[in-house]
Design a protein around this ligand. Structure first.
Ligand SMILES: Cc1cc2nc3c(=O)[nH]c(=O)nc-3n(C[C@H](O)[C@H](O)[C@H](O)COP(=O)(O)OP(=O)(O)OC[C@H]3O[C@@H](n4cnc5c(N)ncnc54)[C@H](O)[C@@H]3O)c2cc1C
Length: 282
C-alpha cells in the first residue's frame, strides 16, 4: 500500500500516542478495524490512548498493494446496510463518502448450465421483500422455491439467545424444515458461505440464524450491499491515521527514529512472529 502520512521510516510498528496527562491512559494492541475503533472510542471519551500495531500500516487484514499499476485489495470486499457500526466507523474516520451502497439488494446469480438468475428485493416489508425474486429464482426447482418460504419464516422466529441453536448445524436444521441439497447449495449456501465463512453443513445454526435474521429476514433494506470505491488501504488505514491525528489527541510517529523504540516503549517478541511493541507503564 502507499505509505501513510507520517508513518514513513518506521520498522516493525505503527504507533500513535494520546496527549499525556489527559483522562485515563489506555493502550490498544492491534491497528485493525477493531483496534482503530476501540482507540477512537476511548479517545472520544477523553482517554489518552496509545495504539500499537506491529505492521507499518493500520487497517489489519484490510490493506492494498500495487501490481502492474493496479491497486489490489486484500480483506473485506463488501458490507451490508445492516453493518451500522461499520458505517458509523467510516463516518468517524471521514470515509463515508467513498463507499457505494445499493438502493436495494440486487445480485446476479451465475451458475454453469443455468440461466442467470437474480436476487432483488422489492420495496415491501421483510420477509416479503424477497418473495417475488425467489419465486422466479430458476437456479433451484420450483418445488424447492415454494418450500423455501416455510423454512425462512421458521428461521426468522428462532430465539438467538437459545443455547440449543449452537448444538446443531444449519444443514441439519434445514433438512428438518424441508430443504433438500438443491435448495441448500443453490440458495442457502449462496448467503451462508460468504457471511459465516462456512457451508451450511459446517455452520452452527446459531451463527446462520443471526446472519439471516439480521441481514435478510427482519428489515427489508438490511441486506443491501455496499463496497468501497477507493482502495481499502486508503478507505481504512490511511483515513484512520489521519482521523487519529486530526482530533488533536494524537501525535504521529514520524518523529520516531528508524529502528529505535520511543522512550516509553520496549520491544517484545510477538506471540506468533515478527515484532510487537508494548508500553510497560500501562
Ligand atoms: C480475503 C478476505 C476477505 C474478506 N472479506 C470480507 C467481506 O467481504 N466482508 C466482511 O465484512 N469481512 C470480510 N473479511 C473479514 C474482515 O476483513 C476482518 O474480519 C476484519 O478486517 C478483522 O479486523 P480485526 O481488527 O478484528 O482484525 P485484524 O484485521 O486481524 O487486525 C489485527 C491487527 O493486530 C495487529 N497485531 C496482532 N498482534 C499484535 C501485537 N502483538 N502487537 C501489535 N499489533 C498486533 C495485526 O498486525 C493486525 O493489524 C475478509 C477478510 C479477508 C482476509
Amino acid at each position: 500500500m502507499t505509505g501513510m502520512p507520517g508513518m514513513t521510516g518506521m520498522t516493525g510498528m505503527t504507533g500513535m500516542t494520546g496527549a499525556p496527562g489527559r483522562g485515563p491512559r489506555v493502550a490498544v494492541v492491534g491497528g485493525g478495524l477493531a483496534g482503530i475503533s476501540a482507540a477512537l472510542a476511548c479517545a472520544d471519551a477523553g482517554a489518552a490512548v496509545t495504539l500499537f500495531e506491529k505492521r507499518k500500516h493500520l487497517g489489519g487484514l484490510t490493506w492494498s498493494f500495487s501490481h502492474d499499476g493496479l491497486s489490489m485489495d486484500n480483506g473485506q470486499h463488501v458490507f451490508l446496510r445492516c453493518c451500522t457500526a461499520y458505517l458509523d466507523f467510516l463516518d468517524r474516520i471521514g470515509s463515508a463518502g467513498d463507499v457505494e451502497l445499493q438502493d436495494r439488494l440486487d445480485v446476479a446469480v451465475i451458475r454453469p448450465g443455468v440461466a442467470t438468475a437474480s436476487l432483488r428485493r422489492d420495496k415491501v416489508r421483510a420477509p416479503l421483500h424477497l418473495a417475488r425474486s425467489l419465486l422466479g429464482y430458476g437456479v433451484i426447482p420450483f418445488g424447492a422455491r415454494a418450500r423455501f418460504a416455510g423454512a425462512a419464516l421458521a428461521l426468522a422466529r428462532l430465539d438467538l439467545d437459545d443455547p440449543a441453536l449452537d448444538e446443531e448445524t444449519f444443514e441439519t436444521w434445514l433438512f428438518r424444515h424441508g430443504q433438500g441439497p438443491e435448495a441448500i447449495s443453490g440458495l442457502w449456501d449462496l448467503i451462508c458461505l460468504p457471511t459465516v465463512n462456512l457451508p451450511a453443513s459446517e455452520a452452527s445454526l446459531a451463527m446462520a440464524a443471526k446472519v439471516f435474521q439480521t441481514g435478510l429476514l427482519t428489515q427489508s433494506s438490511a441486506g443491501d450491499i455496499g463496497w468501497s470505491r477507493v482502495p481499502l488501504g486508503l478507505l481504512h488505514g490511511e483515513r484512520a491515521a489521519t482521523a487519529l491525528r486530526a482530533d488533536g489527541k494524537w501525535r504521529g510517529a514520524s518523529g520516531w527514529r528508524r529502528g529505535r523504540p520511543p522512550p516509553l516503549l520496549h520491544r517484545e517478541r510477538a506471540p506468533s512472529r515478527g515484532l510487537a511493541w508494548s508500553c510497560p507503564t500501562v
